[in-house]
Ligand binder design. Structure first.
Ligand code: S3P
Length: 171
């Protein structure tokens, strides 16, 4: 699919695949604004995502996530957008993303993910208390939601500069 660079580019993928850092680098290269939906939620709520999960539960977080993604996409900002790794669990949100943006899936292999794991788990409430085999199961299950994309790249061991260059090549 040929992509116009003049539209939103939205990054999806498993927690820790680098959506925020790669999104920032990509936005700079394409001279677009960058929006990290989780950051927008944290700023609005005045607390980190893990506290939203703790105080209000996952369903409440998912409702905020859906609202912020919907509002942002309807504003037609022509931006690079990073959404949380669970955003595509909500079919309506996912469909809107596919309609209003070029969706790029950042695929990370399980081995590369394990190498980064220590940096990821502490700030991800959906991983708290889970064993490695639980996380692997979640990683596998999630691949089905990330299958909904326009383009994908593998980000294993790439830094944000390299990964964003790779995105520019494929879109
Ligand atoms: C989640 C991913 C997180 C964040 C929340 C839930 C998920 O974002 O939205 O903790 O369910 O995969 P990142 O993918 O940026 O870590």
């Amino acid at each position: 699919m040929a992509t116009s660079i003049d539209e939103n580019i939205l990054l999806t993928g498993f927690m820790g695949s680098g959506k925020t850092m790669i999104g920032e680098a990509l936005a700079k290269k394409l001279n677009k604004p960058f929006a990290d939906i989780d950051k927008i939620i944290e700023n609005k709520e005045g607390m980190p995502i893990k506290d939203i999960f703790k105080n209000e539960g996952e369903a409440a977080f998912r409702a905020k996530e859906k609202k912020e993604i919907t509002d942002y996409l309807h504003a037609d900002n022509n931006a690079v957008i990073s959404v949380g790794g669970g955003a595509f669990l909500q079919e309506e949100t996912r469909d809107l993303c596919l309609q209003k943006a070029t969706v790029v899936f950042l695929h990370i292999s399980w081995d590369a993910w394990l190498d980064r794991m220590d940096m990821i788990v502490a700030t991800r409430p959906v991983l708290h208390g889970k064993t490695i085999s639980d996380i692997y199961k979640l990683y596998e299950e999630r691949q089905a939601i990330y299958a909904h994309h326009h383009h994908s790249i593998t980000v294993d061991y790439l830094d944000a500069e390299e990964a964003s260059d790779k995105i520019i090549e494929v879109i």
